[in-house]
Each structure stands twice: as C-alpha cells, then as structure tokens.
Design a protein around this ligand. Structure first.
Ligand SMILES: [Zn+2]
Length: 168
C-alpha cells in the first residue's frame, strides 16, 4: 500500500492504543510509514534522475525493502516492546504496516517485486487476501497511479474512524 494509506491506519492505531499520549501517538504514526521510507527515497531518486519511478529498482533497494518488511525483524521490536514501553508504538505501527502489505499483496505476477516477508530466512510466505497493485502498479514495477480507488477508500475510512474515536 502507498505510505499515505499506512499513515491513515497509523492514526487509527494511535487513537485506539494510546488515546492520551501525544508522544506515543506520534511514534505509532511515524512507525506506520517507516517501512516505506526506502520506497520514498527510491521514488525521489528516480524523479530527480528524470526516470520512470520504480522501473529499474536497485538490488540494494530490494534488500532494504526485505529488511523493513520482514515479520522476523518486527518480531525483534515486539521483544524490545516487552522490555520498554518506548518500543511499543514502533512495534504496533511497523507490524501493522507489514501485516497490511502482506494481506494486500496477492497476485503471483508481482512475485518478483514482493518483499521477502520472513527475511533473512531463505524462503517466503504468502498470505494475500487481495491485490491492491492491480490498481496502482504496472506489472514490471513502475507506479501507474498514486491515488487508486481502493487506497483512497481505505484512507477515507481510516480518517473517519480516527475522528469518531476522538469524539467518543
Ligand atoms: Zn510497505
């Protein structure tokens, strides 16, 4: 999913988990978009080079994406969260990010671009419920549409839930 969808989900998580602590809320929202920072950097790099975004991502990009989207890596943050509260928003935001990505990556035809969900383990696990990339990505990388209907829909729903949680 695009980073703005994750940020909107982060708002809901922040309000649901830490309704009274602005610092922890900020942490959750930041952690919600954190795994996609490499994607944003790659995008800016391509735009500055006047290339089509994500047409030929580097191997380093894929490695960093594997690390930031690995359930194994975020399990380590779960352990850290057990030791200190500071790591809890980081774990909540980051873990839900990759859970959403994992559930929204379904179609086999994008397999080559999928993160290795349990990096550094040598195999992969697939859990897709639906495929959001049908609306936003070309088959061989390449961003087709930044605001796809499914992503805008989820974002609006999350903002509504966030507002409602704040009121009640
Ligand atoms: Zn992601």
């Amino acid at each position: 999913m695009q980073p703005y969808v994750h940020a909107a989900v982060g708002l809901v998580l922040a309000e649901a988990f830490f309704p009274d602590d602005l610092g922890l809320q900020f942490g959750v929202v930041a952690a919600s978009v954190l795994p996609d920072v490499p994607t944003a950097v790659e995008y800016v790099k391509d735009v500055l080079r006047k290339e089509k975004p994500f047409e030929k991502p580097s191997r380093l990009f894929f490695l960093v994406q594997d690390i930031t989207h690995s359930f194994v890596v975020w399990a380590i943050f779960a352990l850290a969260a057990l030791l200190h509260l500071v790591f809890l928003p980081l774990f909540v935001g980051g873990f839900v990010h990759i859970l959403i990505d994992w559930l929204s990556h379904k179609n086999e035809k994008y397999k080559a671009e999928d993160p290795r969900w349990i990096w550094p383990l040598p195999w992969n696990i697939y859990g897709g419920l639906f495929e959001y990339r049908e609306w936003s990505w070309e088959r061989t990388q390449g961003l087709k549409r930044f605001f796809s209907p499914i992503e805008v829909g989820i974002t609006i729903a999350c903002i509504l839930i966030f507002v409602l949680l704040g009121i009640f």
